[in-house]
Design a binder for this molecule. Sequence first.
Ligand code: ZN
Length: 235
Amino acid sequence: MRSADYLKKFWPVYLVTGLLCLAATLAADRTITTIAQSIPIVRYQTIVIDAGHGGEDGGAVSCTGVPESGINLEIALRLRDLCNLLGYNTCMIRTEDISVYTEGNTLAAKKASDLRQRVRIVNSTNRGVLISIHQNTFSDNRYDGAQVFYAPTEGSKELADLLQSNLIMSLNQNSHRNSKPTNNVFLMQHIERTGVLIECGFLSNPEEEAKLRDGAYQKKLCCIIVSSLSQYFKT
Ligand SMILES: [Zn+2]
């Protein structure tokens, strides 16, 4: 593809990359949020951001002992800031290290309640689009790269395909992954909105685990997610 064609096809990626660089020059992420919330624009589209796991459910554990739930939350909060900066409404499933269950006495019952609550929050939004943030692990620590899954709802595969190709183009150039439908993921099987689940990388791979814990890398990930959303809404 000629460079002019690249520019034509991927202009939202370049636009958001530029905006992210501008945002990154600001002193602190809280500054970005303050600025974003003060921008007087019509916010027409809601992005539901789900930081996977939380509270008693830490999710996977990284090769250096860091729980997935904390990394998911860091990325989710950065994604919220960037979405707000670019004019999207955001709906956060959680903003702290908590589970969102409303009932149950055992861990299993609380987990089931937590997942039902996440579904309820997504379905209560007006045409919200779900971005669920998770991290992968595998017994063989050679594997790396992001993997995008999609719900069986309208628009989900299209969004997942955009995300997967943009992640490969920007972060995982050696990856040959394709987006995949989710199987037996309660949240994704029960939402009535467009939704994708992003396994941002492998916490079992030492090199990628270090990147996933790094703020600059997390910002890159969020930039790719938001630019993919922009492309998705444009088409
Ligand atoms: Zn997870």
